[in-house]
Design a protein around this ligand. Structure first.
Ligand SMILES: *Cc1c(COP(=O)(O)O)cnc(C)c1O
Length: 393
């Protein structure tokens, strides 16, 4: 652990994070390494981003080749990677039209604007958003306005007006907030930052029906839970409930900063038109090369099938922890987006894990989160569990 290096970095940046005392240098598969060559088994994946793990030769080559050809054009000009990236996301997400962004927060921002523009074109006068308690949608003003944590919003008020919060998995609490001004309902099918809370099928279906009955748009934020993580390409597909607008990011670029929002044809017809929204970098050739190659590997290797298999194994192992240790209260989540609720401080566990060569992160106030690269093996799950047991004993 390079304390001098850490100190010099801290002197040069804004302190918005409490970083772990480690300086990472390179990675291979599901392992990261510091400069001295110490290995860290990675169950964080850079916040559920590095879906294919580290050092995937095919992916690396695709990006290197694209750097040599063309890095940027702006959206005034299509480039030779636009089509394959957009078509790939369209196919995998089950949506009709894609807008590329540079991050998850920007995807949410765009989704909210798309919903407002739809209402504007239709002349419905609808502008309010219903969001969920414990949700997380990003840090920009629109995204933070629909984020269900007081601490994230308070210092930046006044925020977007017309946002109200319902209880996750409580359909009646949503219904109580609906009125003739409700424009859209935004939710994560599996809440990440809020503590790995999985929506019930009844809740998702209930929201869909409510939206259909009342003329409200349903926005699913799958920035974290999308792209294979729950065992299907996108989580909504498991509920049989198609959103009107979908956001994605994190895993779709395997570490290249890229996000997207997508909409159905029905929304697109009345939503964003030329001049309404834009991004200078979004969907540039490098980003599209990253998305296209990631998507190609996902399909060819059937990553969701692998996630279902290893996710089931992980669930069994975590259930054993629940049965064995009184400080492990319950298991949460699905696929390779799971967590355990604990009665001991999560930062204590994550700190001890780091010293033993395991990267894990918290979610919410009392959940230890497991969001490894999606290529993780059962053997690596065993290794992680062994380290956790050493800490808990
Ligand atoms: C991470 C996350 C975001 C924000 O993504 P950024 O790329 O950090 O802006 C939005 N929504 C959800 C569900 C997330 O997990």
């Amino acid at each position: 652990m390079d304390n001098q290096y850490m100190k010099e970095v801290q002197d040069a940046i804004v302190h918005t994070y409490n970083p772990f005392p480690v300086v990472l240098d390179h990675g291979k598969g599901a392992y990261l390494y510091d400069e001295e060559g110490n290995a860290y088994l990675d169950f964080a994946a850079g916040y559920a981003v590095c879906s294919l793990g580290y050092g995937n030769e095919e992916w690396n080559q695709a990006l290197k080749a694209q750097i040599d050809k063309l890095c940027h054009t702006s959206n005034l000009y299509f480039h030779t990677r636009t089509k394959e990236a957009a078509q790939a996301l369209k196919k995998l997400s089950g949506m009709d039209r894609i807008f590329f962004t540079n991050s998850g927060g920007e995807a949410v921002e765009g989704a909210l604007k798309a919903a407002r523009k739809y209402a504007y074109t239709k002349g419905t006068g609808r502008y309010e958003f219903i969001a969920m308690e414990e949700s997380f949608h990003g840090r920009s003003f629109g995204a933070v306005s629909v984020t269900g944590h007081e601490a994230y919003r308070k210092p930046f008020e006044p925020l977007l007006s017309g946002v109200r919060f319902a209880k996750y998995n409580d359909l009646n609490s949503v219904k109580e907030l609906v009125n003739e001004k409700t424009c859209a309902i935004i939710l994560e099918p599996l809440q990440g930052e809020g503590g790995i809370n999985l929506a019930t099928e009844a809740f998702m279906k209930g929201i869909r029906k409510l939206c259909d009955d009342e003329g409200i748009l349903m926005i699913c934020d799958e920035v974290q839970c999308g792209m294979g993580r729950t065992g299907s390409m996108f989580a909504w597909q498991e509920f049989g409930v198609r959103p009107d607008i979908l956001t994605m990011a994190k895993a779709i670029g395997n570490g290249f900063p890229v996000g997207a929002f997508a909409m159905t044809e029905k929304v697109a017809e009345f939503s964003l038109a030329p001049g309404d929204h834009g991004t200078t970098y979004g969907g540039n050739p490098l980003a599209c090369a990253a998305v296209a190659k990631t998507a190609e590997i996902f399909e060819r290797e059937d990553i969701p099938a692998h996630v279902r298999k290893v996710g089931t194994y992980l669930a069994e192992k975590l259930d054993e922890l629940v049965d064995t240790y009184s400080c492990v209260v319950k298991r949460k989540g699905k696929g390779l987006m799971q967590g355990i609720e604990m009665t001991v401080p999560i930062s204590e566990i994550t700190g001890k894990a780091l010293k033993k060569g395991l990267l894990v992160i918290g979610a919410g106030s009392n959940v230890l989160r497991f969001v490894p690269p999606l290529i993780i093996t059962e053997k690596e799950v065993d290794r992680m569990i062994t380290i956790l047991k050493e800490i808990l004993e």
